[in-house]
Design a protein around this ligand. Sequence first.
Ligand code: AMP
Length: 405
Amino acid sequence: MKILVINAGSSSLKYQLIDMANKKVLAKGNCERIGIGGGKLSYKNFAGQSYEYNIDMPNHTVAFNNVKNALISGDEAVINSLSEITAIGHRVVQGGALFKHSVLVDEEVINGIESLNDLAPLHNPAHIQGIRAAVEAFGREVPQVAVFDTAFHSTMPPKAYIFGIPYEYYEKYQIRRYGFHGTSHRYVTGKCLELLGREEAPEGTKIITCHLGNGSSIAAVKDGLVVDTTMGLTPLDGFIMGTRSGAIDPSVVTFLAEKENLSPKEMSDLLNKQSGFLGLSGISSDDRDVTAAAKEGNERAILTQDILRYQIIKYIGSYIAAMGGVDAIVFTAGIGENQTSHREEICEGLSFFGVELDKEVNASKRGELAEISTASSKVRVYVIPTDEEIVIAEDTAALVKSLIE
Ligand code: AMP
């Protein structure tokens, strides 16, 4: 069975074709600048060959048609016929309280995703465009599945997801913590439970998963189920990220809006696109640039790193308290998998809890699965490379099988 995994943005379409027989990625690529001119399709096949074409793509349907061609045409083909694609799995950012699991897409599901547009105005409308374009390009006979970033967090108790504002706004607008990166947290939780030998018996386990990338979030996972997470109504909450502020005193928003005469949209841009590493360091949203500047003694880069590590330590500490302990801490995503000095400083700050890092092992592990704690550490610390696409493909395959059986 071959599954096409899709992540559709408003002007982009990322895809992976995965062979479920051996979980091999046959091809992965990206359509950029859809609908805004100057389009580009770039992709790699399983042998590692890269291709790049400038193609104007006025809409997502045209983008899908280019993806189809790339998969079956000429020397670059990775499959003989499109009929080899059994189903399509879509990443959907916001599932709200409606979608607690992945689902087969039908008109009712599309309407459900659409009803959550207000909660994810940048993402959900684009996902619907992607789903509709996939139906147009591949036909109704190819089943489609939606996999939600929020779903893994749906086990949080109300005390973790209700905000301290008048309750009527929760009832009226569903304003609450939802959490994001759920597919990544779910994948690394599964791997961590395997490493702990507890995949069949997660009851009693306490794991903290740190997805540290351009966007970042941490989840507290008890008995294999999320009990709290840092992102909230939107991915803005939590700690500093590439361009997002993370949690701040809410009064800063009203204070700044008044002083700078900012509209809600301008305020949202400031907090989502101009803050975090970029706004603090004045250098870059990319942690590699900030790290390089910090090494050269740039004070604001050093401050940015200090804030990041301090905030992460505080969240992990609070989740240890919330769960009454911790068995394992997992680092994943671009920064978590690769940035060894952040891992070292964060673990140092958690030594009170019995976290003991093997500094040599830690310094040598980038982008690979590894245990980086010492044998005597009370808490296991792992680096686990994330793989959201395989989770989407597996959920899609499982739901499609249920359709056939
Ligand atoms: P992601 O959103 O998961 O792609 O992560 C992006 C972040 O990871 C950026 O801040 C990068 O600086 C960081 N990152 C990615 N690869 C590396 C690497 N090899 N070494 C250090 N940081 C990295």
